[in-house]
Design a protein around this ligand. Structure first.
Ligand code: SF4
Length: 528
């Protein structure tokens, strides 16, 4: 068969072989073989023949149609030509592979160059961004510096008015780490400007509604700014006249209106009271509080005189003395002061709005009047409330608002969690959760920074870690002893262990006339 464009030097060199006898093959088989040589052959007609020699019978070879003219023409064994072709193909493949590798290397180099260029561009951009940031920072520093200067001037003015900043913590420093909640803002303001009595209910509500951890944190900030955070006041409360009360306070087991199993008793003798006070002092209490289940002291001249004697005696023992005897008149307040009374407790219990749901036998204003008599007599005011009475959160805010807007904040603010007593109208109330207590305590600490905030009734239900959170939020006073009037209290040994574990120290008594930061008194789950 005639092939297309074929002849090559290599094939021609094979001419030295003797020409074998040939038998022409059919077209298709020869075309296939010849196609392998396309790249090597010049233009000549090539055919595939078959050898019939004795030495190579049936072996195929390449030749051309002009082979018989006696000139030099192509000739080569077909299998040899195929092997050469394969070798050549392998060589070509290697070359292609080498070229590919070379290209790959070049691409890698290009990649590297692009990377370096990108980095340089980033550095330039970063430099630009940094420059802009520094510029913004400088502007901020100038603005803040100006504000700080104005704030410092303001603090100096406050210092002259008696509100001293502790050097360990400036409001601005503490605020820089804080969030933008109302608890944060008001705590900063309290630290900067000191206590104030012009709180709006909305402002207190905003603090109260802040995230509880924010209240905890900023309550702690205010607490540490104003008080020695390790000192916790230990008070002992003794019921010197138990039960048989004419009032209808719906949380109180001492009301004669409810069947609670509490028996009415007469006023305790002086000896019994003094023995109890000595025992309390030996146990570490620095304040002794006496409670009597009365509506008021009017018409109880004999008992009142006895109580004045108790006060003198206990004060003579080096203890602070507190009473909670119900409503008192101006004259009685003066007599109590003269006897040496440190503080008088009279709780508001709840908000003015919710109050009629709890007590109907005396009004909110009568309570405020008693507080006024106490304040006017120069006795420290102890007044707080109870949560868990079924009130709304607005009522808790309302209670704090009333206390925080009194002409002077109470020196002590007891925060009680209701201990529901069987037989009282509130016997089925759900127990107060620790987070509710922390919210109340922290808010009280922020809005009344100088007050002793007392973790009072209901403490027995809280574990040591839960109480620790209350101390962190700003509580710095507790009642110790087996009972709080008629309800159970924390075990003495457990309290000792808690003080040791938390690194707390008992707050020493204070008898300074104008020491308004350390006054205290309590009225637990009963309020007069
Ligand atoms: S809280 Fe005080 S006033 Fe009210 S019922 Fe009890 S003892 Fe009486």
């Amino acid at each position: 068969m005639v092939g297309p464009a074929i002849c090559c030097v290599g094939l021609c060199r094979e001419k030295k072989h003797s020409r074998p006898k040939v038998r022409k093959k059919n077209h298709s088989s020869r075309r296939k073989a010849i196609s392998l040589h396309l790249r090597f052959l010049s233009i000549v007609e090539v055919v595939v023949e078959t050898s019939y020699t004795r030495k190579d019978p049936g072996r195929r070879y390449f030749s051309c149609n002009n082979v018989d003219d006696g000139d030099s023409h192509i000739w080569k064994w077909w299998d040899v030509a195929i092997q050469e072709e394969l070798r050549e193909t392998q060589t070509q493949l290697r070359m292609v592979k080498d070229q590919f590798f070379e290209s790959d290397q070049k691409v890698a180099k290009l990649d590297k160059i692009v990377g370096v260029l990108t980095k340089k561009t980033s550095v330039i951009n970063y430099g630009l961004a940094k420059g802009v940031s520094v510029l913004v920072l400088v502007i901020l520093v100038i603005v803040m510096g100006w504000k700080s200067f104005r704030g410092f001037k303001h603090q100096c003015q406050n210092s002259r008015r008696g509100w001293q900043l502790r050097p360990s913590l400036s409001a601005r420093q503490s605020a820089s780490y804080s969030s933008a909640s109302a608890a944060s803002a008001e705590a900063e303001r309290t630290i900067r400007e000191g206590p104030r009595n012009d709180w709006s209910k909305d402002e207190i509500k905003a603090v109260y509604d802040s995230p509880v951890l924010d209240i905890l944190f900023h309550g702690a900030q205010v607490h540490r700014h104003v008080h020695n955070f390790r000192e916790v006041q230990q008070c002992t409360l003794l019921s010197i006249k138990t039960g048989g009360c004419s009032e209808d306070c719906s949380y109180c087991p001492q009301s004669s209106r409810y069947d609670t199993g509490v028996k009415a008793q007469r006023l305790m003798s002086k000896d019994a009271v003094i023995v109890a006070a000595k025992k309390a002092k030996e146990a570490g209490s620095t304040r002794f509080c006496m409670g009597a289940a009365w509506r008021d002291t009017i018409g109880r001249k004999t008992n009142f005189k006895q109580i004045l004697e108790y006060i003198k005696e206990i004060r003579g023992m080096g203890m602070e003395v507190c009473c909670t005897l119900g409503m008192i008149e101006k004259q009685q307040a003066l007599e109590l002061k003269k006897a040496g009374l440190t503080a008088y407790n009279h709780n508001l219990d709840t908000s003015r709005e919710y109050y009629p749901n709890v007590i109907t036998t005396r009004s909110y204003d009568e309570r405020l009047e008693t507080l006024e008599h106490v304040r006017d007599a120069g006795i420290n005011v102890c007044s707080g409330g109870i949560i868990g009475l079924g009130e709304a959160e607005e009522d808790r805010v309302g209670l704090l608002h009333t206390l925080a807007t009194l002409p002077s904040h109470p020196e002590s603010v007891p925060i009680n969690a209701l201990l529901a007593v069987k037989g009282t109208p509130l016997e089925d109330q759900k127990p107060v959760e620790i987070w509710e207590m922390i919210r109340m305590i922290g808010t009280a600490r922020i809005v009344m920074p100088k007050a002793m905030v007392r973790l009072s009734a209901g403490r027995v239900r809280f574990s040591m870690p839960e109480q620790a959170l209350c101390f962190l939020a700003g509580a710095n006073s507790i009642f110790t002893g087996e009972k709080l009037l008629t309800t159970p209290n924390n075990d003495f040994d457990a309290d000792q262990l808690m003080f040791k574990t938390l690194g707390l120290t008992p707050k020493p008594p204070s008898f300074s006339e104008d020491d308004s930061e350390s006054e205290n008194c309590e009225k637990v789950a009963s309020s007069h």
